[in-house]
Design a protein. Structure first.
Lengths: 474, 154
């Protein structure tokens, strides 16, 4: 309400007026008519001046101390402000109108200009040309109160012509009693470069991915192409298999015909030749009788040949699923089939029992063993009684069955040949046969997953063996 | 008069040589049963069902045994067999398959269709003689013949 100087002046007026009046009244009452009054009045005036001078002194001194204290605080604050603006990692630009009016050291460092140069420049002169117009408009409109604080990234050009990216926060504040524009900024050049590098790397990566994708697509296309060719091949293979099956069927029909139709004329040849021998014996001289006999014998041989060939081809065609079989029973069955031949040649067959069980196809195995026994009986030197020994030995998971004879043996150089179709080591006259018996043995053993072999010395008999998987005892 | 009382043997065979040899073997073995021969599958069916020229059962009596070749013109032996086993009046008729082949599929099929026996024609004539001797002994003397009534079921 009333200012302090006025209060002091009014108080002084009141006190000094009161002083004058009171001192005058007291002197009038105490020293009426005395000469002393005038001297006392002078003394009173002087002491008043003295007291007021003292008060004035005290008051002024107090005022001065207050001012001193305020100045001190102000200086402290200014120092703090400067320290803040100078040590802060952010650049600070203040501009009034467009002209810069305050910059901190970081701002100087960023721009490369000196403080004095900066304070003569407009804010947008720092900015890269493509941003200048935008910054000019924004900063001016901001000074007129448009828009709140904003943050954006922009590129400046330093005094030395370098580009530098800053992230800028713009606002308007009061400074020294007037509105100014405030821009704080920090350097994001490194970040920008990293981003750019990442961008480049990304681009590179994308390009490589695209390249790789293209390669993959190409490979895929090739794969599809090969798949198509594989399908084509499959179709061709299928076709080939069908053709093969067709020719197999044809082969089967062929061997059926061989079996059925080739034997019919044979029956006629043999039957009618025999009829000739019986009914027309009188008309035939001994040479004619001999011819007729030869016809009968040849027809008989051809019949055996056809039967053997059929047995051989049937082995190749039919499925021989192996089952557990007893070798003892198989050998017994084969022996009984051979009974006529055994009796005829007085052959002695000794079987070393017991024989193990094996995995095989029963009828085929009987045929194989019968053929081996037949050979053992047949191929002996004239006048020798065939003696045959049959035994088995287990070898890990297989069984080897031996058929040993006392026959003429097989020269070592022929041991391979004898298992081929139509291979014969002896003339028909000495040892009759079709040359198919051992081929049937070999084919049969192979079809059952077994094997066959011979150990022989010429003139010392033969030892044939067959081998099959063992049937484990349960 | 004797051949009227003896049961007839029907041979179904297309090979004239085989027919001749069979006749000869039959004569040699003194098998006295009358022999009738048809040369294809359809003729066999006609004979057995008494149709056409075979309607006269005095001339063509119903056989007591059929010897059936498998490979025949017009109708195969297996077809004849299958047909026969479906005829209610004839299905008991004994049939002996006699053929060149001993293919296991043929053997199995023949038995499946109801063949009573399966023989392979021997090549040697002596063996044929043996076989026909055994055949006559077994089927006409030892074997007990079933009742055959062709009028059942037409």
């Amino acid at each position: 309400m009333i200012s302090r100087p006025l209060r002091i002046a009014l108080l002084y007026l009141l006190l000094s007026a009161l002083w004058i009046f009171v001192s005058y009244y007291l002197l009038q009452q105490l020293f009426v008519g005395s000469r002393l009054v005038e001297q006392l009045e002078l003394l009173g005036g002087l002491s008043f001046v003295l007291i007021t001078a003292l008060i004035l002194f005290l008051l002024l001194r107090r005022e001065q101390a207050a001012v001193e204290r305020a100045n001190c605080i102000l200086r402290e604050r200014e120092r703090n402000f400067r320290m803040l603006t100078e040590t802060i990692a952010t650049a600070i630009f203040l501009y009034r109108g467009g002209r810069l009016c305050f910059v901190n050291p970081k701002a100087i460092a960023y721009s490369g200009y000196t403080r004095e140069e900066l304070l003569t420049m407009d804010l947008w002169q720092l900015v890269s040309p493509e941003y200048q117009e935008m910054i000019r408009e924004r900063s001016l409109s901001r000074l007129h109160g448009a828009g709140g604080p904003a943050r954006y990234e922009l590129k400046i050009i330093t005094k030395h012509g370098e580009e530098r990216w800053l992230e800028v926060t713009a606002d308007s504040i009061e400074f020294e009693g007037a509105p100014v524009g405030l821009a704080t900024a920090y350097d994001i050049t490194e970040r920008k470069r990293a981003e750019q590098e990442i961008g480049t790397l990304n681009g590179d990566l994308e390009r490589r991915v695209a390249e790789r994708t293209a390669e993959l697509e190409k490979a895929n296309a090739q794969l599809q192409f090969s798949q198509a060719s594989i399908r084509e091949l499959n179709v061709a293979l299928q076709q080939r298999a069908e053709e093969l099956q067709a020719s197999m069927n044809e082969m089967e029909a062929f061997s059926y015909s061989v079996s059925h139709d080739l034997r019919a004329p044979l029956r006629a040849i043999q039957g009618f030749t025999q009829a000739l021998q019986e009914d027309y014996a009188a008309q035939l001289d001994p040479a004619g009788q001999d011819f007729a006999q030869r016809i009968v014998a040849a027809a008989g041989r051809m019949d055996i040949l056809i039967q053997d060939l059929l047995a051989y081809s049937q082995l190749s065609r039919s499925e021989l699923s192996p089952k557990p079989v007893s070798l003892s029973r198989i050998v017994a069955e084969a022996t009984s089939q051979m009974q006529a031949q055994i009796t005829e040649h007085h052959a002695i067959i000794s079987v070393v029992e017991p024989l193990p069980d094996v995995l095989g196809h029963r009828p085929t195995l009987v045929q194989v063993i019968a053929n081996l026994l037949s050979n053992a009986i047949k191929f002996v030197a004239p006048g020798v009684t065939p003696q045959i020994r049959v035994w088995a030995e287990a070898q890990e998971n297989r069984v080897r069955l031996w058929v040993e004879d006392n026959g003429i043996g097989i020269p070592a150089e022929h041991e391979e040949r004898i298992f081929r179709v139509f291979e014969r080591l002896h003339g028909i006259e000495s040892y009759p046969g079709t040359g198919i018996g051992l081929a049937i043995v070999k084919k049969g053993m192979e079809r059952m997953g077994g094997s066959v072999g011979v150990a022989s010395q010429n003139g010392q008999g033969s030892r044939f063996w067959i081998e099959l998987p063992i049937q484990e005892k349960k | 008069m004797m051949n009227i009382t003896l049961p007839t043997l029907l041979l179904v065979e297309d090979d004239p040589n085989d027919i001749m040899l069979f006749r000869r073997a039959k004569d040699k073995t003194n098998l006295a049963n009358p022999l009738q021969v048809v040369e294809d599958g359809e003729a066999a069916v006609a004979y057995l069902s008494g149709q056409g020229q075979y309607a006269d059962r005095n001339r063509y009596p119903l056989p007591a045994l059929v010897l059936l070749d498998l490979k025949l013109p017009r109708k195969s032996g297996l077809e004849v067999l299958a047909w026969l086993r479906e005829q209610p009046g004839l299905r008991r008729l004994p049939v002996v398959v006699m053929t060149s082949s001993k293919e296991s599929t043929d053997v199995g099929l023949a038995y499946d269709l109801g063949a009573n026996s399966y023989l392979v024609k021997p090549v040697a004539f002596d063996n044929l003689l043996e076989m026909i001797k055994a055949l006559g002994l077994y089927w006409f003397i030892l074997n007990e013949k079933p009742d055959i009534n062709p009028s059942i079921g037409g």
